[in-house]
Unconditional design. Sequence first.
Length: 285
Amino acid sequence: MKKFNPNKNIIITLIIVILVVTVISITAAKRANDGKTNIVQAIMNDTVSVVDKVVSTPGRFIKNSAASIENLFNTYSENEQLKKKLDDYDVMKQKNNNNEKEIASLKEELSLNQTLTSYEKVTANVVTRSPDSWQDTLIVDKGTADGVEVNMAVMSGHGLIGRVTEVNIGSSKIELLTSGNENSNHFPIKISSKEGDAFGLLRNYDEKTKTLIVTQLTGNTKIKEGDVVQTSGLGGNSPADLQIGTVVKIEPDSFGLDRQVYVKPYAEMYDISVVTIIKRLAGEG
């Protein structure tokens, strides 16, 4: 049996240590001299770099793909939230516009009521206006329980718009001045000018020019554009001095025997949400 020699192993170990130290020293000296690595070190570095790239590339790809998918889901969720906010904003904007419009109508009606201090009146909201009879009638939420009666004059904004033609306990039907009903009970009016008052009858509505037409004028009082048209109170169905509009044109009728006066109404006839029903002059029975 071969005997183990420890001195031989020690010598081999020392030789290996010396070689390693020599290689490290030479490498360090070479790098210090020209900053370049030797061939062995370069091969090792390149090998490690390639192996690291091969190993890490799939991991980076998976990580980036997962991050992209997560960002995509986050973007979709954010877009849905933004769409909902935009829808809510549109709803709120429209609601605000409607509220502002209603407030403006109420302010106009309040201003009208302040000028009608000598009349007993009742304010009502428009609840129905059928597209089939848009120019003819509308329904309001006040009736006999509020003292409303047939033939009472109705105003909106700054002027006359029609009269009550049908009354129920809690609602009333109003026929507008724009109605094409030939049998409607038209208003007797007066036109105030510098020469005096001319009296006539409000008979028709011109859809093309959006003006009211006055006929059957009495006397030869000179009328000009801008003259004010009001109710005359004749006939007893409506109080006097309710504002209607201003004269915009005067021309002979189709027979050339009478004058037709075209009147631009003070009231907005197409966008009516609140009305004031004139019951009677204050103090009348």
